[in-house]
Design a protein around this ligand. Structure first.
Ligand code: HEM
Length: 344
């Protein structure tokens, strides 16, 4: 429990900094100088609750689907032992529960953006002129003010933004050209990708949930396991797309309506050195985190443990069967007879 609380508070602290850049608050500016700061208002600015909730749910989805995806590959390769079934079922359940909450939270945060950062919202939804009955564009590329290769749903953007086709949606024509984001197509497609993947992951979780509800079993058909194996990659892609929407959508501002990115560029000459060190560090971390599991798995294949031993994984569930040395161990989950051959 303390780890969960510390993790959520840590995420909140990091995201609060980004939220402040979207909704600056808690300071007084006089003649270009900050004269007073209220740290509580800085931390709990208008965007903090929305962005924190969205990011914490994203973190649970990414972690859960990535771990479940690894075990889905094992299940696809025919490893149906209890370790693989539990290794899939536990993180998939966690991420699957977060998925519908994330879709709901995404909808709420999008409406908040429509009011709080309308130009970002206009870029997300291709709204060039302030209008009622604004259509919802799915996909499409913006070239010379026209959307190509996209599908438009009449008035749906107005309905999403204010529950009525007559809701007025502010377009990017509301600000001078110099204050509009330059990469509108990137913002829109990143938003579509995030939303599309969010619904894909929700559907995947609902499919397994429905199957579990009626059959009390894990779905182990290739039709389910192949997308499940890709769910981790999909969740990471959705999270990265979300950050693109937040950051590129705020351009040209680094602090919304206070400071331009061009004014925030550091004059320091040490940047290439620190960038090089960080790239080298992450290259080493990447090689180690891929290489170590590969070496471990090769060693495991060369000297496979006995079946009894294989179940006693560090921090893993207790074995379902009694050990000859002691009293019968209590199974961590219902035995296979209640869950069928594919129950976890
Ligand atoms: C399915 C419906 C979804 C909607 C409508 C939605 C909506 C949004 C919006 C409007 C933003 C911009 C927030 C801002 O600039 O303040 C955003 C950001 C973000 N989204 Fe989503 N999102 C959805 C799904 C997802 C999913 C599935 C993930 C990841 C698993 C995700 C991860 C993120 C992240 C990491 C950010 C940036 C940080 C933050 O604002 O918390 N989103 N999303």
């Amino acid at each position: 429990m303390p780890i969960v609380v510390a993790g959520v508070l840590g995420a909140m602290s990091v995201v609060a900094a980004n939220s402040w850049m979207n909704s600056p608050a808690g300071y007084t500016l006089r003649h270009g100088k900050i004269t007073s700061v209220d740290p509580v208002s800085v931390f709990f600015n208008a965007s903090t609750p929305y962005e924190t909730a969205h990011m914490v749910l994203a973190a649970y989805m990414v972690t859960g689907f990535v771990v479940a995806g690894v075990y889905a590959v094992g299940l696809l390769r025919g490893r149906r032992d209890r370790y693989h079934r539990l290794g899939f079922a536990v993180p998939f359940t966690l991420a699957g529960l977060a998925a519908p909450l994330q879709v709901m939270m995404g909808d709420i945060i999008a409406r908040f953006i429509a009011h709080n950062q309308p130009v970002k919202f206009a870029a997300m939804e291709y709204v060039s002129r302030t209008t009622r009955d604004a259509p919802e564009w799915v996909g499409g590329v913006l070239i010379n003010g026209h959307v190509y290769f996209g599908a438009s749903i009449p008035a749906f953007d107005s309905i999403l933004a204010g529950f009525s086709p007559h809701t007025r949606v502010i377009g990017w024509d509301s600000v001078p050209a110099a204050q509009r984001p330059a990469l509108v197509t990137l913002i829109h497609l990143s938003f579509d990708l995030m939303v599309g993947l969010g619904f894909f992951l929700f559907a995947l979780a609902a499919w397994q949930g429905w199957w579990w509800w009626f059959h009390r079993r894990l779905l182990v058909t290739a039709w389910f396991l192949v997308p499940a194996a890709l769910s981790g990659v999909a969740a990471v892609a959705a999270m990265e797309a979300g950050w693109v929407v937040t950051e590129v959508g705020r351009q040209p501002w680094i602090v919304y309506r206070v400071m331009l990115v061009s004014d925030a560029v550091t004059p320091s000459r040490g940047v290439p050195v620190t960038l090089g060190v960080i790239l080298a560090l992450y290259a080493i971390l990447t090689v180690v985190s891929i290489g170590v599991p590969m070496i471990m798995s090769r060693r495991w294949r060369q000297e496979p443990p006995a079946e009894e031993e294989a179940e006693q994984v560090p921090y893993g569930p207790p074995p379902a069967r009694a050990s000859p040395a002691g009293p019968p161990a209590r199974p961590a989950v219902p035995p296979a007879s209640s869950g069928g051959p594919d129950g976890p």
